[in-house]
Design a protein around this ligand. Sequence first.
Ligand code: ADP
Ligand code: MG
Length: 152
Amino acid sequence: MEIITNSAKKTKEFGKKIITDLVVDTGPLIIALTGDLGSGKTTFVQGLAKGLGIKRRIVSPTFILMRQYLVPKVDHKTSTKNHLFHIDLYRLEENVESEMRNLGTDEIFPDSENIIVIEWAEKGKGAIPKDAVWIKFENLGGDKRKIEVIER
Ligand code: ADP
Ligand code: MG
């Protein structure tokens, strides 16, 4: 599935809408985001968090690697999920997979109560579970962004 958005607002709306479609009760939800700087990954995560009922402002975790948010019990579709983990691998150059493990991914990834969204996921590809949903972002110039969802 692919869409082209023509504003940051539209990308947020897309994230907000798609999250309920992606959530599965039976396992964790891992969303791997790829695409260059400014292609809209963080903007998308802001919408996704809104769709989960998270009120806290989502900021780019670029210098922190990972941020954790509580998912409120609002929407029955996402009620099996308790936490959103927002990971950004941007500043990692070497040993990305062991750096990821240092974040505790061995425990975070398999937990079915978690939603994990990873920016610059291509950098840590080998450490990302096979059942992740991959979403590709592309800057088409101006305010146009192509978003391609590659389903499991
Ligand atoms: P990334 O996390 O991929 O580096 P960001 O979401 O942080 O990207 O930044 C995207 C930038 O592009 C923001 O400044 C945003 O306002 C702008 N922008 C313009 N048009 C769009 C669009 N259609 N979708 C998402 N962001 C857009
Ligand atoms: Mg970002």
